[in-house]
Design a protein around this ligand. Structure first.
Ligand code: UDP
Length: 378
């Protein structure tokens, strides 16, 4: 299970991919799969074996210029390849490392192990890599939604074995959890970034007069005081620029607040106590971890109908989907008509770790069969 060098597993707070790995691995082990985790040494997830190149997560370096970033991913993958060459008992690599994981494992050629590479991101991002991918019979990919794969370049789609929706541990027994008391705030949970549209949400909150809490990192900065202390050089980061230029002007610390990254119980309480989670998207959201988490916590989702949202949310039953920004504010008012129990039941039936792990085990079997040499009978 290659989780990459960016964050420890489970992640300390924000961490979509690392959360998926932390959710998937315990279920796989329950189903009898032995798991070797390739991550950073600080990871605490219980596994059968582990390997790492870096001691700690390298997330802080992720948005530096290319020349400073690419060596980190390559150093990690170099360690993975050395480990794979040194042993013969790895039946399959499940890889989660954007671009570099796929390219490096494909470059191992016919001697390498079968690979399932999960595409967690927008597939318009790497046209050169995806447009010319040749993983032979050995390297396959899966998406995290139908909508995401539909946008994939042809060569990438040729390697696809389908999609697996994301899951959250919060979905286990979600339908049995006691309801929590609701506040009157709306929450946007996620990286602060143009695609996630926090500027749209903050503008709407000021115009329509609802209380909005923004939770999540701005670039590598997890707390408002860290961003403030970083000074002007932090503006080299595009998400920091987006924050200062487009979001911060609407953040008054009262109607609209930024609380930084929230984790664990604080995150769950913030979402469970909200009257809705808002996804004012400007991009095609590929997998939507925060969407399924919201359902598991019984909080209706109000979102722009982009990317995976129409697959995850049943309009009128578990959330409300808008065609454009103008509609979002009206739908937030209507969110009180959505039954929290209906949201929890949906999560408990569709987005549990067990549902996700069973689907991945099917795909592992499929990938291994597809990569097995055809035996010719004499
Ligand atoms: N998250 C968190 N604290 C925050 C903001 C986000 O724990 O302050 C988590 C969130 O609960 C989710 C993940 O980070 O599990 C974000 O994943 P998502 O797929 O929504 O976004 P992306 O991977 O595109 O950043």
């Amino acid at each position: 299970m290659n989780a990459g060098p960016w964050l420890s597993v489970p992640p300390p707070g924000y961490g979509g991919i690392e959360n998926v790995v932390a959710t998937l691995v315990p279920e796989l082990r329950r189903l009898g799969v032995r798991v070797v985790l390739a991550s950073v040494a600080a990871s605490t997830l219980e596994v059968d074996e582990r390997m790492s190149v870096f001691d700690d997560g390298q997330f802080h370096a992720l948005q530096r210029p290319y020349n400073q970033v690419c060596g980190i991913a390559q150093a990690h993958l170099g360690g993975v390849v050395r480990a794979l060459r040194a042993r013969e008992d790895i039946d399959l690599v499940h890889d989660h490392v954007e671009a570099v994981g796929l390219a490096t494992l494909a470059a191992m050629g016919p001697d390498g192990p079968p690979v399932l590479h999960t595409l967690h991101w927008d597939l318009g991002k790497h046209p050169d890599l995806y447009g010319h991918l040749d993983g032979g019979d050995r390297v396959r990919v899966n998406g995290v939604s139908v909508a995401q794969l539909a946008r994939a370049p042809e060569a990438l789609r040729a390697h696809s074995v389908g999609h697996v929706h994301l899951a959250t541990p919060l979905a286990v027994d979600a339908h049995r959890r006691a309801p929590v008391e609701r506040g009157d705030h709306v929450v946007i949970l996620g990286r602060i970034n143009p695609g996630k549209g926090q500027d749209v949400g903050a503008r709407l909150a000021q115009r329509a007069g609802f209380r909005l809490v923004l939770a999540g990192p701005v670039g590598p900065y997890h707390r408002p005081e860290d961003l403030a202390a970083a000074g002007d050089q932090a503006r080299q980061n595009p998400d920091v620029r987006f924050w200062y230029e487009r979001v911060a002007p609407h953040v008054d610390g009262d109607r609209v607040r930024w609380v930084g990254t929230v984790a664990g119980r604080d995150r769950d309480d913030l979402v469970a106590g909200a009257r809705a989670t808002l996804f004012p998207l400007r991009w095609e959201e590929p997998g939507g971890t925060a969407v399924v988490e919201s359902l598991a916590l019984g909080t209706p989702v109000v979102a722009t109908a982009r990317g995976c949202l129409p697959e995850l949310i049943s309009h009128g039953r578990t959330g409300l989907l808008a065609g454009d920004e103008e509609e979002l504010a009206d739908l937030l008012v209507a969110a009180s008509l959505i039954e929290p129990d209906e949201c929890r039941r949906e999560a408990a039936s569709r987005f549990t770790p067990e549902v996700m792990a069973r689907r991945y085990v099917e795909l592992y079997d499929q990938v291994r069969q597809l990569s097995a040499p055809v035996l010719k009978l004499a």
